[in-house]
Design a protein around this ligand. Structure first.
Ligand code: KG4
Ligand code: ZN
Length: 343
């Protein structure tokens, strides 16, 4: 069975076709990053308009890539939420209309479920149940994944998401948007021990996160030290040291909370997904920790860490195969949608 996946919840138009027998057969992505970079963040109205421009040509391109006709499809899956309402509506309208026109089932997919399922695109994949650390621009969640659609949130962020903290720190240091990967690059030239930044919430019990205190600490360090730099090279070194110290504090916090959750749930498999899972230091830290504490970490390939259509297609395929589809006749988008209310 061939499932078309449509992702348009934020600033990426992602379209893919997943075949339940042969895996991913076509995958196209159009990123709006350049469009929003000049504003230092996503402008929702511009995002919606750009999805409108790109979505239909991208569906045609995806079909061409897979050597398929729309009539060869068996179902249409699209991100129905959470996300920017205008952007979501573009994907929902196109997805639902295509399904109506072709007389196929339309499958509403939760964006975070898509991220959780992204590792299923890999050859070496986890099996239910497992623990998932979902770290993106908008979320930092520790989820007990008991089965498809059966999720219990064990930890959430009380303020900024991990990706958001990376982006804000990058902006402060004058790096481009979205700044996660630029912080990671800059950190390679820095001394992570030069500044000691707080490890938020590690000294408290529980699995929640908070990154606003860390954000303030990095800002204060930057403001206190930047004037004493005598030249550009010293300023660059200061930025690199802050980036390295910040990254170490975030990754330390995330990985220690994962270990705590592994011990609490007794799961032996940990899935890490969402944009921040592209971070090399996070990957290395969790692989090492897994060797020591006997759990196995699974990461999506780099291109499936950030938003994409393939994760929506594979999540839609899982729902289709397991007959977990809600049928109704309305075009709906859910800007806020709890992962725990999917069943
Ligand atoms: O999952 P995603 O594409 O979008 C949301 O659903 O939010 O995640 C985007 C986030 C951004 O905050 C970006 O800075 C971050 O992922 N990110 C990274 C890296 N690559 C992307 N953060 C840290 N290190 C990276 N290498
Ligand atoms: Zn995402």
């Amino acid at each position: 069975m061939k499932i078309l996946g449509i992702e348009s919840s934020c600033d990426e138009t992602g379209i893919a076709i997943y075949d339940t027998d042969h895996g991913l057969i076509a995958d196209q992505l159009y990123s709006q990053i350049e469009l929003h970079a000049q504003y230092g963040g996503v402008v929702p109205e511009l995002a919606s308009r750009d999805h409108v421009r790109k979505i239909v040509p991208l569906i045609q391109q995806t079909c061409e890539e897979g050597g398929l006709n729309l009539r060869d499809l068996d179902a249409i899956a699209y991100t129905a939420g959470p996300g920017l309402v205008g952007a979501l509506l573009v994907g929902a309208c196109v997805g639902k209309s295509l399904a109506w026109a072709l007389d196929l089932p339309a499958i509403e997919v939760h964006h975070m479920e898509g991220h959780i399922m992204a590792t299923l695109l890999e050859d070496d994949k986890p099996e239910f149940p497992f623990l998932c650390l979902l770290v993106s621009g908008g979320h930092t969640l520790l989820v007990d994944v008991k089965g498809l659609g059966d999720y219990q949130i064990l930890g959430d962020t009380l303020d900024d998401a991990a990706g958001e903290a990376f982006d804000k720190t990058a902006k402060m240091l004058g790096l481009p948007y979205p700044g996660g990967r630029y912080i990671a690059e800059l950190a390679q030239q820095g001394d992570p021990m030069r500044f000691q930044f707080p490890r938020p919430m590690l000294n408290k019990p529980g699995l929640d996160f908070s990154f606003s205190g860390l954000k303030t600490a990095t800002r204060m360090t930057w403001e206190k030290n930047q004037d004493s730099c005598e030249n550009d090279s010293e300023k660059q070194q200061l930025k690199a040291n802050i980036a390295a110290g910040f990254q170490l504090a975030v990754i330390d916090t995330l990985s220690q909370k994962c270990l705590r959750a592994i011990k609490q749930t007794k799961h032996q498999e940990l899935v890490i997904s969402g944009g921040v899972s592209a971070n090399t230091f996070l990957r290395e830290t969790l692989h090492k920790m897994g060797k020591k504490h006997r759990f196995k970490s699974y990461f999506p390939s780099l291109k499936y860490c950030t938003d994409n259509g393939a994760m929506i297609a594979v999540a839609g395929a899982m729902r289709f195969k397991n007959k977990k589809i809600k049928q109704h006749h309305l075009i709906k988008a859910y800007p806020r949608w709890s992962l725990e209310q999917l069943n």
